[in-house]
Design a protein around this ligand. Sequence first.
Ligand SMILES: CC(C)(COP(=O)(O)OP(=O)(O)OC[C@H]1O[C@@H](n2cnc3c(N)ncnc32)[C@H](O)[C@@H]1OP(=O)(O)O)[C@@H](O)C(=O)NCCC(=O)NCCS
Length: 167
Amino acid sequence: MSLDLIIEPLGGSYDRKAFSCGVLALDHYLREQASQDVKRRVSNCFVAADRDVDLIAGYYTLAASSVPIASLPQDLTKRLPRYPVLPAILIGRLAVDTRYQGQRVGSILIVDALRRCAQAAPACFALIVDAKDDKAAAFYRKHGFTPFHDRPLSMFLSVATALKLFD
Ligand SMILES: CC(C)(COP(=O)(O)OP(=O)(O)OC[C@H]1O[C@@H](n2cnc3c(N)ncnc32)[C@H](O)[C@@H]1OP(=O)(O)O)[C@@H](O)C(=O)NCCC(=O)NCCS
C-alpha cells in the first residue's frame, strides 16, 4: 500500500514521543530539542507525516552553512569564481521511524530537502551532511553525496548536479 505522506515544517499536532528510529539521540532530538532550535532560528525541522494514522514517519533539519572552495574537487569548481567559501545548506539530522524504514521515506526526505534548497531565496551551491557512521554515509552515497577528501563522513551534493539526477 502506498503511503500518504505530507512533508511540512514541524508543528505542534503530532505525537513526537511516538517517533522511534532506532537511534535514541535522534528520537530525543525530535522530542526535546527540535522546536527550540526552530524558535531560536538555528535550525529548521521538516517532518514527513503519515496522514492515515497521524504519525511522524521521518524528519530532517536544515541550517545555513558554507563550504571552503578548497575542499571541493576541481572539476566541480573550475568554472566558478574563486570565492574562498561557497554557500551551502546543512542537513543536520535525518531519521526515519523503524515502522517506515525501507519504504523510500529517507529518499523522499532528501529530495524534499533538495527542493527547498533549490527554491530558497539565498543561493545554495551544495547540500552538506555529517553522516553519523559508515551506514549513514552509505545511505547518503547512494543519493549522490560525495565525501570531502579530508573528512570521509562529511559529504556534499552539488545542488545543480542533484537537480539533474533527481529530475
Ligand atoms: C538511514 C535511514 C534514514 C534510511 O531511511 P529509509 O527510509 O529506510 O531509506 P529508503 O527506503 O529511502 O532507502 C532508499 C535507498 O537507500 C538505500 N539505503 C537505505 N539505508 C541504507 C544504508 N544504511 N546504507 C546503504 N543504503 C541504504 C536503500 O536500500 C534504498 O536503495 P534502492 O534505491 O537501491 O532501493 C533510516 O534507516 C534511519 O533513519 N536510520 C536511523 C537514523 C540514521 O542512521 N540516520 C542517518 C542520518 S545521520
